[in-house]
Design a binder for this molecule. Structure first.
Ligand code: CA
Length: 232
């Protein structure tokens, strides 16, 4: 799944450099020149990660990070702060304001990519292309393939695109219980208006797809709460 990165940077040369490099790396880019414009964009669509310049005209990057962390809807967005300051105290302040990581300008595109991947891996592993193997299932996000293990070895399993994303999310967040509305936000995206029972329909399809190898048992219903993927 293509991840969307919001670049908030008032210096056009740096913004362009970032957009070009991230575009080449396969990310979808949206851009804002200041915090106010960024909030407008975020209001319309939640990005998967924000590259946030510290020194912005008007509201600072650190202040914007604080505001995003204070709201339920935006609290979980990974943020990497960009800054010209190399000062240790600023770094601490940046991380305290809610940033996940910190990059000092000038930075190499290679370092930037590595930091983005590391933050996504930690904060949003369902957005990375890492192969994941758990509880007898092996899922490859890059090729959209899934295998289930049986006594005779692995067999390929067929999943629809929504069931694939759902299972990818579950496998990267095992043992935790998610409500239907949480799953809708995480797997369908926010601002997508679908009914909660849609989740049940796709859970049913997912279980059916895993039935032949017996891994349908891993998708547990937690009465009154939602669903959980069991790590066994
Ligand atoms: Ca700036």
């Amino acid at each position: 799944m293509q991840s969307t990165i919001l670049i908030v940077e008032d210096e056009p040369a740096i913004a362009e450099l970032l957009a070009i490099n991230l575009g080449f790396a396969g990310y979808r880019i949206i851009q804002a020149l200041d915090a106010e414009e960024a909030m407008g964009l975020i209001g319309g669509e939640l990005p998967d990660l924000i590259l946030l310049d510290w020194m912005l005209p008007g509201m600072s990057g650190a202040r914007l990070a604080e505001r995003l962390r204070a709201e339920n809807r935006t609290r979980e967005i990974p943020i990497i702060m960009l800054t010209a300051r190399a000062d240790e105290s600023d770094k601490v302040q940046g991380l305290e304001s809610g940033a996940d990581d910190y990059i000092t300008k000038p930075f190499s595109p290679k370092e930037l990519m590595a930091r983005i991947k590391a933050v996504l891996r930690r904060r949003a592993p369902q957005l990375t292309d890492d192969v994941i193997a758990l509880s007898g299932l092996r899922l490859d996000p890059a090729t959209h393939r899934l295998w289930g293990s049986t006594a005779d070895g692995e067999v390929p399993l067929d999943l629809g695109p929504t069931e694939f994303r759902l299972l990818h999310f579950f496998m990267t967040h095992p043992e935790r219980v998610y409500s239907r509305s949480q799953l809708l936000n995480q797997v369908w995206g926010d601002h997508v208006y679908v009914e909660e029972r849609t989740v049940d329909v796709h859970i049913r399809r997912l279980r059916k797809a895993l039935e032949s190898t017996g891994q349908d048992q891993l998708i547990e219903t937690v009465r009154g709460s939602g669903y959980r993927f069991a790590a066994r």
